[in-house]
Design a protein around this ligand. Structure first.
Ligand code: PEP
Ligand code: MN
Length: 263
């Protein structure tokens, strides 16, 4: 169902006035984790001022270590909803439990399925049973074929509103946190009709190369880029080393916009 051979026209994801997949690329930004109302509000204000309409923020955090911050849970979704309505933003947040999918639809505009859950088939099925758009991340070591089949799980249940996001895969290379597979972008665009995005933060784990990687993603045909922004990254409860602060985010955005690849 997700194949271009089945459907020639691009799938469009409408989030308020923003359309993802229609040829105008979008920037999605926000903190790794929702930590407090004030933290999210500061980011939302900065996004609004720079014309960004879609904000990300994790409330349920699937962390490598059980001793690391696990997220605020439903409380975090409530913060996202309240702040988003104040600034007129649309929101994306990760859901990790099939039992939370329906509840999530009351609070957020896009359900993110994280890399660690790309083949959590019960979660994919639950996301396929609702109408809320889904942002599906590529698994830590998933092939493109496995990634496409994970999307098929969602679409085959009836939810056609699926976006794919390349977030880097595990290779032997240690210079970056993961290896950004830029070739996945044109392949996924050719083989599927779904919007394709690139998460430059988790793929690189390096603030110093975000802008060229974002430009490369857009030049390769990505429908959007996702990046993490935090008001005070040094104190962040997750991904402290790789999040941009607000002035850094503004410079990043200026850089990418100057390339003419992002409006
Ligand atoms: C995230 O985007 O918050 C995240 C945890 O990313 P990933 O699932 O790609 O590791
Ligand atoms: Mn993160």
């Amino acid at each position: 169902l997700v194949s271009r051979k089945k459907k020639k026209e691009d799938t469009l994801i409408q989030l308020g006035d923003t359309v993802i997949g229609g040829g105008t690329p979008v920037m999605i930004a926000g903190p790794c984790s929702v930590e407090s109302y004030e933290q999210v509000r500061q980011v939302a204000k900065a996004l609004k001022e720079t014309g960004i309409t879609v904000m990300r923020g994790g409330a349920f955090k699937p962390r490598t270590s059980p001793y690391d911050f696990q997220g605020l849970g439903v409380e975090g979704l409530k913060i996202l909803k309240e702040v988003a309505s104040e600034f007129g933003l649309k929101t994306i947040s990760e859901i990790v439990d099939p039992a939370h999918i329906e509840l999530a639809c009351d609070y957020i505009d896009v359900i993110q399925i994280g890399a660690r859950n790309m083949q959590n088939f019960e979660l994919l099925k639950a996301a396929g049973d609702v109408k809320t758009p889904v942002l599906l991340k590529r698994g830590l070591a998933a092939t493109i074929d496995e990634f496409v089949h994970a999307a098929e799980y969602i679409v085959s249940r009836g939810n056609t509103q699926v976006m794919l996001i390349e977030r880097g895969i595990r290779t032997y290379e240690k210079a970056t946190r993961n290896t950004l597979d830029i070739s996945a972008v044109p392949i996924l665009k050719q083989e599927t009709h779904l919007p394709v995005l690139v998460d430059v933060t988790h793929s690189t784990g390096r603030k110093d190369i975000l802008a060229p990687c974002a430009r490369a993603a857009l030049a390769a045909g990505a429908d959007g880029v996702m990046v993490e922004v935090h008001p005070d990254p040094a104190t962040a409860l997750s991904d402290a080393a790789q999040q941009l602060n607000i002035p850094e985010f503004q410079d990043f955005l200026d850089n990418v916009r100057k390339s003419g690849l992002l409006p």
